[in-house]
Design a protein around this ligand. Sequence first.
Ligand SMILES: O=C(O)C1=C[C@@H](OP(=O)(O)O)[C@@H](O)[C@H](O)C1
Ligand SMILES: C=C(OP(=O)(O)O)C(=O)O
Length: 427
Amino acid sequence: MVVTIQPSEIKGSIQAPASKSSMQRGCAASLLFNGTTIIRNPGHSNDDKAALGVIQDMGAIVKKLDDGSLQITGGGVSADCDAVNCGESGLGIRMFTPIIALSDKRITINGEGSLVTRPMDFFDEVLPQLGVEIISKEGKLPLQVKGPLQPKNITIDGSLSSQFLTGLLFGYAASNAKDVTITVNNLKSKPYIDLTLTVMKQFGWEVENRNYEQFHFTGTAKPAASTITYTVEGDWSGAAFLLVTGAIAGDIVVKGLDVQSTQADRAVLQALQASGARISIQSEQIEIGPAALKAFQFDATECPDLFPPLVALAAYCKGTTVIEGVKRLTHKESNRALTLQEEFGKMGVEIELQDDLMLIKGGNGLKGAAVHSHHDHRIAMACAVAALKANGETVISEAQAINKSYPDFYEHIQALGAVVKKPVSSK
Ligand SMILES: O=C(O)C1=C[C@@H](OP(=O)(O)O)[C@@H](O)[C@H](O)C1
Ligand SMILES: C=C(OP(=O)(O)O)C(=O)O
């Protein structure tokens, strides 16, 4: 799909989308929880749909209620299939693999798009230590696993991704791990583990987090009520694009974000404040509007998904913005440091990569250009936001990539006044 964005006057109020990080964790917890879960504000991104597919394959019963909520009846893994598909979701495959390995059946786990080239060799090393047979395609998909996973003390490397740990935490909790510790070296994306533990706690699974180095299971899981209502949080990762839209293109109000959330990308507020954006943070809504934007410094090591929206912001900030954490970007949906450099280069923004630092030379005006998403949702959204104050129109190819996390993105910026041309009824 090709989407064209014109320079636009932006103004209005918008509700943040549902967080796929929150939704997918809610799906996993509902599958494992011995009872019924009502999921309010469920997401409908491709990653969310894939998670719902996986839990149904693993035995959960999912019913859509009249008010749009989902009713999920779980009770653990009882696989009645021999293959599942995680779509394009990195979190999906890395979280669900240890969960699927709770089954004693041989199950093939596959995925699509960029996921087939993303590293999964962590599982080749770790799962056999937990009694799980695994065959991968040289550390990539498809994975074939046969459990049941037996929790024991292990040491893992957390430097590539926190998502593997999220999966192990759920897997250990669901198999009633007792007096067992997962020791993690060099954990990155730590707030995502806070989110995992917050969700687990809501379902009655308590894990002791010892300084992000040890995660200890005491085995004293509190029985939760037989029905849990789980509300999917508003998405700080998707909303970061909306907030940057406000900072560069017009006064807007973004609603539905929890300012106390454990989501990593809530840190976008610090970057926006450092850039000089006019921002008012209230418990119910965030008001944001343009001001004289200046270059800022930001460490995105723990919140790597903020790079794309922050590059769009930095492009409009006078001076050289420095963002740290480039090494975290290599294995996302695209190699994001390079794809940002290439696509923003087409719009006239110079980006330099120096080891773990990204230097963005901003404030010199952007030109509309023909850009490509590289099938990466966050690259498509970053280019779309940057296009709103560019000189001339921007044409985004493979623009449908946004469906992975934020299917309503183009409609949402349109509602704020963005002039967006897209094929009728295409998602
Ligand atoms: O747990 C999650 O929901 C996520 C964790 C992060 O991945 P890493 O832990 O690999 O950095 C993030 O980039 C991804 O979009 C979602
Ligand atoms: C990297 C991302 O997601 P995942 O790793 O879950 O595919 C993302 O949403 O930017």
